[in-house]
Ligand binder design. Structure first.
Ligand code: SF4
Ligand SMILES: [Zn+2]
Length: 312
């Protein structure tokens, strides 16, 4: 294992599992991506920023592909958001979630601290929520929000953890196993969390143009150099008390490989070139969430691109 891993992973996962589930003991599951056979494909899409072609199309296709809204979609998203908040508040009250807390009433945001204040320091209101970090990768402008930064130093664990909460159907939560040697697993969840971990570990400029205006402030976040693990918590949407926790080691090579397509895309955009498709067709598994899956393979596409929309 890499030099930065200086704590027994079983001890970390055991501690997290105990904190989350109290008496319910589950066998800990540790994944070392570097040890896993590289049989899974690197993710190119499903977040358009990771497919250079989708990235360029977002600027020059002349339409900002609308996300279709359905009742089920809205319901899933809302339930997912609520379950994130429940988990974050719970970890905040227990005192192992690090970050800023926002008052639901007066909207005041605390300084960074470990654990949630019992009441808003500005107005005394008792409902606070976790203010997720807006991470930026300085060179590419890639942004993302991680679900939390976990510190277990009070338990004698020096490593910090990047937390990603995933909500999924109950059957999925039960079946999920994440053994890269034997199972199909959500490799793209790993790539997302691994990207966030490196962004959060490296630090980021708080005045980066990729950040929305209301988050801009001078200075730079120093990052979290002690981040050494990803904690994935899978929560069942149908039975939110059923959770599974997986500890996964980060990988710099995977991060570099995931960020590289963004550099390619930016260069292509500058030169007014449309990168070749990464998918074989719009039915490709990797295209399933791509807003361009219907237009990407159309012979009419190239003729309809509006290069004058490229920002200078
Ligand atoms: S459908 Fe086209 S644009 Fe979308 S991910 Fe695949 S290759 Fe990229
Ligand atoms: Zn307040």
């Amino acid at each position: 294992m890499g030099a930065m891993i200086n704590t027994d992973p079983i001890a970390i996962l055991r501690a997290v599992t105990d904190l989350c589930e109290q008496q319910v003991a589950r066998p800990p599951k540790i994944i070392f991506m570097e040890d896993a056979p590289a049989t899974y494909p690197l993710r190119n899409s499903s977040q358009h920023k990771f497919c250079p072609r989708a990235y360029v199309l977002w600027y020059v296709s002349g339409f900002r592909a609308a996300t279709e809204r359905h009742y089920s979609f809205d319901a899933y998203v809302s339930v997912g958001t609520a379950l994130h908040e429940v988990n974050q508040r719970w970890a905040g009250r227990q005192g192992w979630l690090y970050g800023m807390w926002k008052c639901r009433k007066c909207k005041a945001v605390t300084q960074e601290q470990l654990g949630m204040p019992l009441a808003c320091p500005s107005c005394g209101h008792r409902k606070m929520e976790y203010e997720e970090y807006s991470l930026v990768q300085e060179h590419t402008g890639l942004t993302g929000h991680c679900d939390g930064i976990i510190c277990l130093e009070h338990l004698g664990i020096p490593d910090w953890l990047l937390w990603e909460i995933k909500t999924t159907g109950h059957k999925n939560t039960q079946n999920i196993n994440f053994d890269p040697f034997t199972d199909q697993y959500y490799y793209w969840h790993y790539h997302q969390a691994n990207t966030y971990l490196h962004m959060a570990r490296d630090g980021w400029p708080l005045d980066h143009p990729s950040l929305p205006e209301w988050e801009q402030r001078p200075g730079r976040h120093p990052g979290f150099p002690k981040l050494a693990w990803i904690l994935h918590t899978y929560v069942s949407r149908d039975n939110p008390t059923a959770r599974k926790h997986f500890l996964r080691a980060p990988s710099r090579p995977h991060f570099d490989a995931d960020v590289y397509p963004i550099i390619v895309a930016k260069e292509a955009l500058k030169q007014h070139l449309l990168p070749a498709p990464k998918c074989q067709s719009g039915a490709d598994f990797q295209a399933r969430d791509c807003p361009y899956r219907y237009s990407c393979f159309s012979p009419a596409l190239e003729g309809e691109l509006k290069w004058d929309l490229v920002p200078t």
